[in-house]
Design a protein around this ligand. Structure first.
Ligand code: FPP
Length: 246
């Protein structure tokens, strides 16, 4: 059977997981306890996305700027990431989830980087869903990296500047090969992009909720997808033009 793809379901959902700190301090807990609860939300959202049939889920786990946080918090976040990778590998294999990391991974502690690479390798053939973990990630830094890669090819004579188009540029980014996000969710109410996927979100639908990340679970995720299903994506065209295409 050749079922029509469900256009009301986003292929790629990206998430800015914000509000762990506020969730914790509001309860008299430490920020680190907030991140721990945030990890539980990560688990639940990955499972739900896989169940629903999302192809790519990109999670902003640690930004380039997060290195500036107090060393204790950075350390705790790295340890949480390491533990998450260790405990979730089995599930990723069972549910055929591929893990891919994007970001400046050279800055990661050696053992975390090794763990990430090992999970990427073990899951590389899994085809049902891709989880892209953005770690030590910054959108501007990613764009500079792509510019440098293309500039090297121009310098060595294998590329003419006029040949550079959007598709080639997208291919030089760390997200090469994945469709652009259809939906970007940001928790905890902040109206900012915070250096996340700057090139890739040109036409992405935005969904910002006041819910703090540790409280963002299955039900809240489904509510975001329901909102998305009601949006009309126009890509710069008029509503009438789109209606006449069908
Ligand atoms: C933002 O909350 C969240 C982060 C900087 C890190 C996200 C990390 C997790 C969800 C936990 C571990 C992740 C994985 C993949 C295992 P914040 O600290 O900026 O909150 P605030 O704005 O309320 O201070």
């Amino acid at each position: 059977m050749n079922a029509e793809p469900d256009v009301t379901l986003p292929r790629h959902v990206a998430v800015i997981m914000d509000g762990n700190g506020r969730w914790a301090t509001g309860r008299g807990l430490t920020r680190i306890q907030g991140h721990r609860r945030g990890k539980d939300s990560v688990r639940e959202i990955v499972e739900t996305a896989r169940e629903i049939g999302i192809e790519v889920l990109t999670l902003y786990a640690f930004s380039s700027e997060n290195w500036e946080r107090p060393p204790r918090e950075v350390d705790a976040l790295m340890r949480l990431l390491g533990r998450y990778l260790k405990t979730e590998l089995k599930k990723m294999m069972r549910y055929e989830i591929r893990l891919r990391a994007i970001g400046d991974l050279r800055k990661l502690p050696k053992e975390i980087l090794a763990e990430l690479r090992a999970v990427e390798k073990s899951t590389s053939r899994n085809k049902r869903m891709t989880v892209q973990l953005a770690v030590s990630y910054g959108g501007r830094q990613e764009i500079i990296g792509a510019v440098r890669r293309l500039a090297v090819r121009v310098r060595d004579g294998s590329l003419e500047p006029a040949e550079i188009d959007e598709a080639m540029f997208a291919d030089a980014l760390m997200t090469a090969g994945t469709p652009d996000p259809d939906l970007l969710i940001r928790t905890s109410g902040e109206m900012r992009i915070s250096n996340f996927l700057l090139w890739q979100i040109a036409y992405t639908e935005l969904y910002i909720t006041d819910t703090l990340w540790p409280d963002f679970r299955r039900q809240q995720f489904i509510a975001a997808l329901d909102h998305y299903a009601q949006r009309q994506r126009r890509y710069g065209k008029t509503g009438e033009q789109l209606a006449s295409q069908v």
